[in-house]
Design a protein around this ligand. Structure first.
Ligand code: SF4
Length: 387
């Protein structure tokens, strides 16, 4: 067993209300279970702490990401206490990136001040769209004004690394709406912007409405135009796209997400959280009650609530490194791949890479290979080559 992961993802599976499109592991109507859940999370963290070999210096955490759900529903005090537990078990690097996702409308000035004093230094806001009609259509609980208020309060509290999540391809959304939304997050000064195309997921109200013909989505051509326009506007504003769905000001790329795209290891704590450690991918119980039961009554440290998804052999690791690297704008870095595996990428993937180049989906770069503009639209075809 090598060093422990230097990144941690913590999942907080509670929301005030379920958005109509969402199939993420989050529960509305169970806010009374938050304290119990946080106690379970602490127990899980402490059990993972037993992995640290006595006598060896522990690996300091470089990135911590609290996602959800709506983590800010826990309140700033409980969030800081949770992170204090994590800090007591795993030391943090002095410049660790510590992100908490926030839903505008659930967090206020005093919360930001408390979170900032408690060592949180990055907030990721779920804005999704600027227009009231679209927010209502999505079932979001906030308005654009809530976002402006929360964003401004976070800045005043000293946060110099703020992100906004946007959605594209929404029912009733126009290219003009997307331009307006992107321009507003640029104007307010978001350091980082993520933009995701709506996916219709089974088991959601959107799925039923889509199936019954009630929900009309923009044509694929328009959705792609929205995507490319978003990237163009962000790039023009100095927010360089660095990943298929993220752009950032210099020095503000999300370090935590980059650990995923670089296929580095990370711990995942909480209901439905995934982790990758010692070549093994694990997933915690996705159902809240199963997770709580397993952590409260299990004695299977260091991972009381997880199942092994797969153990990656060398070939699987090679494929994964390639697939994830193609998500980034920098693409595959041949030198770092060679350092990792002792052979260049084209030794194992020469034919695949040549075929993708011929199809115009990837191109050679000074460092290796990256998606082309056309490849951005057919990225799944590229990823599938490495599954
Ligand atoms: S706030 Fe986020 S996690 Fe919660 S229901 Fe809405 S989309 Fe899902």
């Amino acid at each position: 067993m090598g060093d422990l992961p230097s990144s941690v993802y913590l999942h907080f599976p509670f929301c005030a209300r379920k958005c109509f499109y969402c199939d993420l592991p989050s529960y509305a109507g169970r806010l009374g279970d938050i304290d119990r859940y946080l106690r379970a999370l602490e127990r899980e963290i402490r059990q993972a702490g037993t992995l640290q070999a006595p006598g060896l210096p522990p690996t300091p955490l470089q990135t911590v990401y609290v996602g959800g759900g709506t983590p800010t529903l826990a309140g700033a005090e409980r969030m800081v206490e949770l992170l204090d537990t994590l800090r007591a078990v795993f030391p943090w690097a002095t410049d660790a990136e510590v992100t908490v996702e926030a839903n505008p409308g659930t967090v206020h000035k005093a919360d930001f001040e408390r979170m900032r004093r408690g060592g949180i230094n990055r907030i990721s806001f779920g804005l999704q769209a600027w227009q009231p009609s679209l927010l209502k259509r999505l079932g979001r609980i906030h308005t654009a004004e809530d976002f402006v208020e929360a964003f401004t309060a976070a800045r005043k509290a000293g946060f110099d690394n703020l992100s906004a999540d946007l959605m594209l391809g929404l029912p009733g959304q126009t290219l003009g709406d997307v331009r307006e939304t992107v321009s507003r997050v640029i104007d307010i000064g978001a350091d980082h912007v993520s933009f995701y195309s709506l996916q219709i997921e089974e088991g959601t109200p959107f799925y039923d409405w889509y199936e019954s013909g009630e929900l009309i989505l923009p044509d694929e051509e328009i959705e792609r135009a929205m995507y490319h326009e978003t990237r163009r506007l962000l790039r023009e504003s100095g927010r360089e796209p660095y990943e298929i769905s993220s752009a950032a000001l210099p020095g503000r790329a999300c370090r935590h997400n980059l650990t995923y795209w670089r296929a580095e290891e990370y711990f995942g704590f909480g209901c439905a959280a995934h982790g990758y450690f010692d070549r093994v991918r694990r997933a915690n119980h996705a159902a809240l009650d199963d997770y709580l039961q397993a952590v409260e009554h299990g004695d299977t440290a260091p991972f009381p609530a997880s199942q092994v998804l797969e153990t990656l052999d060398r070939d699987a690791q090679m494929k994964e490194v390639m697939m994830l690297a193609f998500r980034t704008d920098a693409g595959v870095d041949a030198a770092s791949y060679t350092r990792r595996f002792g052979e260049p990428p084209d030794e194992r993937f020469g034919e695949t890479l040549a075929s993708l180049v011929i199809r115009g989906l990837i191109a050679e770069t000074p460092r290796g290979w990256a998606l082309t503009g056309r490849g951005l639209d057919f990225a799944n075809q590229v990823f599938m080559e490495f599954v």
